[in-house]
Write a protein that binds this ligand. Sequence first.
Ligand code: BDR
Ligand code: CA
Length: 326
Amino acid sequence: MSDSAGTPDTRPRMIVDCDPGHDDAVALIVAAHVADVRGIVTVGGNADLERTTHNALVMRDLIGIDAPVHRGCGHPIVAKPHHAPSVHGESGLDGADLPTPVTPLDGTDGVGFIIDTCRAEEGLWLVPTGPLTNIGLALRQAPDIAERIAGVSLMGGGSFGNRSAVAEFNIWADPHAAAIVFETFEHAPGSLVMAGLDVTHRFQVTPERIDATRALPGQLAEILTGLFEFFSGTYLTRHDDGSMRGAALHDPLAVLAVTHPDLFSRRRRHVAVETTGDLTAGMTVIDERKLLERQAPNCDVLTDVDSEAAFDIVLDAIRASDPRIR
Ligand code: BDR
Ligand code: CA
């Protein structure tokens, strides 16, 4: 792709599959700045599908990009749908007065859009920041796309949980879809990258970072300040050990893992998803054994991030997205 001046866009190409959600909204802002966003697909997760799709359309307008937005799946493959109003509010994006979207939805078959786009162009990244329903179904319906993509960089999982003692929300919400994705990369040539809670809890919206956002000019910065205050508020009231100085800004790390891999430490491991356990459904089982009989690695497990550098990119992306500054 080229810009209006005919300069080729060499940024990584990606489809962001999301359930906005405060941190999904930031992932979209960051992706629009550092990547070539070929499409946005929505999934039910933080809120129901109608709300997450509405929120994706709001964000597309605010960011001012023309990437198509396609509605995906509202129901997990097997599990019942569950949302996260205690974290993101009933709307999925509580905390700011958001404008009404003015650009229409581009399609209602998000899974088909993923399949068609991956068949039309090789080397795309799929970047899911919500439950993996759309990605899992796309890989199941069109296994050939696994040979064509650069990889999947997802936010989810980790060595501890937030929705249960051992399960992170995105994996827990649709463990069967997640299992398809992780099993695919036991054979697929591309990369599977997991930005799980181990790394995302190291990337927090601290009071200083909210102040830095507030200090930026423009409508998007004002909206983001409200969203950050709400999101951090829910984290601070829901944690009791002093480990959180604000919300964990999970989802943009799945984008930055593609565009700025040097910001991260990682371990190459085999990861499987537990789909059935009464206590453990949705757990990402990371094989840390030193024994030779361990399974071959299928995943880059992110373990740490240069959070100052990563948040500087978030601030740059907010600045760059404001039409009055562009
Ligand atoms: C994940 O769940 C949602 O609350 C966030 O948007 C993030 O994708 C963190 O567990
Ligand atoms: Ca999300």
